[in-house]
Design a binder for this molecule. Sequence first.
Ligand code: 13P
Ligand code: SF4
Length: 347
Amino acid sequence: MIIPGSAEMKSQLEAAFDLEPSLALAKETRHLHERCDRVIPDADWARHAPYIVAINKLKKEKDAVILAHNYMTPDIFHGVADIVGDSLQLAIEATKVKESTIIQGGVHFMAETSKILSPEKTVLIPDSRAGCSLAESITAADIAKMREANPGAPVVSYVNTTAEVKAASDICCTSSNAVQIIDSMDSDIVIMTPDGHLAQNVAKQTKKKIVYWEGACEVHIEFKADELREYRKYEPDAVIIAHPECPTDVVDEADFSGSTSGMINFVRENQPEKVLLITECSMGSNIADEVPEVNFLGPCNLCPHMQRITLEKILWSLHTGTEEVTVDPDLAEKARLAVQRMIDVKI
Ligand code: 13P
Ligand code: SF4
């Protein structure tokens, strides 16, 4: 198999498509560039444009749709994505799209979730090595041990988990509905996996007792409350917005915490003059042009898994129909129950 991103992949793509930087194609795709002018210089757009044109043409020919997470880079987010959103929105959209093929602009657990919800569709991920430290932190056997230690307590698992872990759980949640999902459980004690930080942040907003797994997002765990206090000293009027995968003392320092789409909507609606988006770096880049009056101050961290998805790998994926995501049908059926129960909770 040709490895996505390898020299072999690049040379095969160059043989099949004209991928030379092109000012003419940059002009042709000006309407897309306008959405991210502030963060992608003209010269870079001329480099992206041949990929964007080829991908958008192939998508139609192959009856494919691109679902892209809010952490995708702006060239993907604004150039080729058909649907963008947070984990919950992408899971819901996966059940609605008409196209026969879904290309997942995101990490492996997201592509698996799409496959679980749309087993009849072909789901492709441009690089299956795009993992997640949370999904890798727990197995179905770990869930069984937690159930044994907490008899009768339901298991709520974050969507950032493998199909096997979802299948072993009672219901899923995302960062945008975690409090409501926990509150909807018919039990005073709830097991929450795998994100210990999300669980502790949720615990502050519910009366339920939460027993949690100690998993962590390798990106959000890097943010420190001290660092934010330091920023406040120099930028007292800056608004701090943190993702709930951050440690609790970081979220406590923030003015708002929410899912990736929750964070975007907060910026859209409030248009603060200065903002710190305490999350993955692409978030600020993706909305910078929509809110020209807003200044995005540091810090931000890159997710190495999300960064594996690039325009050239998306083109390769569409061109070759790789890498197909499969889930054992019995496992998928059990996992689907947990995801569907989450979607069905009225919020
Ligand atoms: P959201 O559900 O907020 O999009 O988060 C997904 C994720 O992986 C954040 O790190
Ligand atoms: Fe996983 Fe964190 Fe990357 Fe999201 S940002 S995909 S939780 S490692």
